[in-house]
Design a protein around this ligand. Sequence first.
Ligand SMILES: *Cc1c(COP(=O)(O)O)cnc(C)c1O
Length: 419
Amino acid sequence: MSAPHSATSANGVPTLDVARLREDFPILGQQINGRPLVYLDNAATSQKPVAVIDAIARYYREDNSNVHRGVHALSERATAAYEAARETVRGFLNAASSKEIIFTRGTTEAINLVAQAWGRSTLQPGDEVLITHMEHHSNIVPWQMVCEQTGATLRVAPINERGEVIMDEFERLLGERTKLVAVGHVSNALGTINPVARMIELAHAHEALALVDGAQATPHMVVDVQALGADFYALSGHKMFGPTGIGVLYGREALLDAMPPWQGGGDMIKAVSFEGTLYSDLPYKFEAGTPHIAGGVGLGAAVDYLAGVGREAIAAYEAELLAYTEARLQEVDGLRLIGTAENKAAVASFVLEGVHAHDLGTIVDHHGVAIRAGHHCAMPVMEFFGVAATSRASLAFYNTREEIDALVTALQDAQRIFG
Ligand SMILES: *Cc1c(COP(=O)(O)O)cnc(C)c1O
């Protein structure tokens, strides 16, 4: 890869001043068990910069009100802030219109929305939904549920030993019956970056729609839904330095327009009578009830923050840090990396011979190092690799080589204790 001692990246992409950026994240400054916190659980949730924390606090201090209703000043300000955040997210994803940006609770709710609003009204017995073997549970279970409800069939494209989708098999599984392809952009369990543009192209060639689970992509790389050609794209605010409880479903306007609403209630209607209800226009048709206004504002601030740091620079820095991480992990005796795809982002999953993942997690926590141990909401991936659980170090742009060194020292300590 590139130069061993600096964060300089190739192609003239600006480098990150990580020491300065870390100061934006107050939580990172603390000690755990007498050691500096090393936070390597970013795929579970990321930490929040002051810009996000302050935007939420400012909203509640100065603007808090319900949206889209009141005629008073606070309500107008809250509505303006919430809608400005929607426009910010539109720009972030390069969607054509802010009508295509539906706020949800997160990726999980975004996928359930498509499964229930689109799937339940469209899928017929014999139709097929195609996913891959490496999906997060939230891109499996909603499809199982809607298949059960409609008589459609769930198909699963297999993966290889490196943790990559076998593209020939993926293509072979596409056919006349395929109505939707639902695939993760980046695997949270393996780090694999899927060739989603190609997968979407193949789906469209078979007249199927394509949904992308972007929960692990948006914190790490530039995502352009129009360039990808995605019909639906789901993300979670909390995975990309924003608050929990807020996420986004991007959907192509014509598709969203044709879909029936999912949840019913206030805000998603124009007029209600007992004879029938006239639904709101997009995006409100899919946002029943009082939304997570502060969450939307916080997500908008997170997007602005990410833009300020620079997503190209983040991707370049993290690629180098991941290469360093994998090289250092391989120095640990008995360590096996799970997920060695050619094209990877920000995740190093591994098992250590003779040490249970949960014990490992506890020992490295004594060193102040936070990693994840478990099945990472991807039990079929664990089953494929023949392990009950893995340990996972997942990176963000605020992580450093020194932190990876601390992880490796902690792992070697665990090995001394158990080995
Ligand atoms: C975290 C995650 C989800 C679920 O996101 P929620 O925020 O829990 O709704 C879905 N897919 C992937 C790949 C994830 O990493």
